[in-house]
Design a protein around this ligand. Structure first.
Ligand SMILES: Nc1ncnc2c1ncn2[C@@H]1O[C@H](COP(=O)(O)OP(=O)(O)OP(=O)(O)O)[C@@H](O)[C@H]1O
Ligand SMILES: [Mg+2]
Length: 252
């Protein structure tokens, strides 16, 4: 299945395969014939069991690894200036302060100095990290660490934000707060978000569409729309019904 390329889309993945080859020659089929497209401004979720190839898929989209087969394309004239990634394990630089962590991508891209300062300060404020600019990651709570990870990813003004299980290392209360903050941010800015999760409720709460992957090698089981009004009521009958029907597609 190939999606015709047009302006409506932010990213089109076609026929992606990925095979890892270990030093001893052992092959692992991680991702198999994955095709899908994400609309511009869409909140798109990739849901699947552990080890099914979700992170591999996200890394392919980010250009961090080359697929063994297939392609990732962007519509002409809408190539993303920047694609950012938020990691499950935060992946902060422990030797850098909060300020320097957030500033990192801007320095790498040689953004003019005064813009670096403005953008860094803006995103530190947006993520509620004011007062912690000179702290090091080891002195922050998990929730604050992920806020730094998100501020760092957003500072470079990405048109596509990739998030790999961004809330799964946080306690339930912190995760819920951060989900809400991410949703308001997404509703305010025109940004395409592709998020990996293994939680059905999280997928329904946040996304416009959910791609469900099969167990490894990860293929596309189905892509389902989430047509519930926002903000979504996690206790509503419609929410439970959708969670049930999604659960039927998730194979462990
Ligand atoms: N660098 C690598 N070298 C070899 N095999 C790898 C590598 N990275 C991942 N794999 C294998 O590819 C498969 C898919 O891994 P991946 O990390 O993409 O899964 P995942 O769906 O993100 O899992 P989880 O939900 O546990 O994060 C797994 O079997 C994993 O062992
Ligand atoms: Mg993963």
């Amino acid at each position: 299945m190939t999606t015709p390329m047009n302006d409506e889309f932010a990213i089109v993945a076609s026929g992606l395969d990925h095979v890892f080859i270990a030093d001893d020659g052992k092959k692992t089929d991680a991702v198999k014939d994955v095709s899908f497209s994400v609309r511009r401004g869409e909140f798109f979720t990739i849901l699947g069991p552990s080890g099914c190839g979700k992170s591999t898929l996200l890394r392919i989209l980010a250009g961090m690894i080359e697929p063994t087969k297939g392609s990732v394309k962007f519509p002409a004239g809408h190539e993303p200036q920047n694609i950012s990634m938020v990691f499950q394990s935060f992946a902060l630089f422990p030797w850098l302060t909060v300020y320097k962590n957030v500033e990192f991508g801007l320095t790498m891209r040689e953004v003019p100095k005064h813009d670096q300062k403005r953008l860094t300060e803006e995103h530190i404020k947006e993520m509620g990290l004011e007062g912690f600019e000179q702290s090091y990651p080891k002195d922050l709570s998990g929730g604050m660490k992920q806020r730094v990870g998100i501020a760092r990813a957003l500072a470079i003004s990405p048109n596509i934000l990739l998030m790999d299980e961004p809330f799964s290392a946080l306690d339930a209360f912190t995760a819920e707060n951060l989900r809400k903050d991410m949703l308001s941010l997404w509703l305010r800015d025109t940004i395409t978000i592709i998020m990996v999760t293994h939680l059905i409720d999280e997928a329904i709460e946040m996304s416009d569409r959910v791609l469900i992957m099969t167990p490894r090698p990860g293929k596309v089981e189905i892509v389902l729309p989430v047509q519930l009004d926002r903000p979504r009521n996690k206790r509503s009958k419609e929410f439970f019904e959708l969670a049930d029907s999604i659960a039927r597609y998730v194979k462990i």
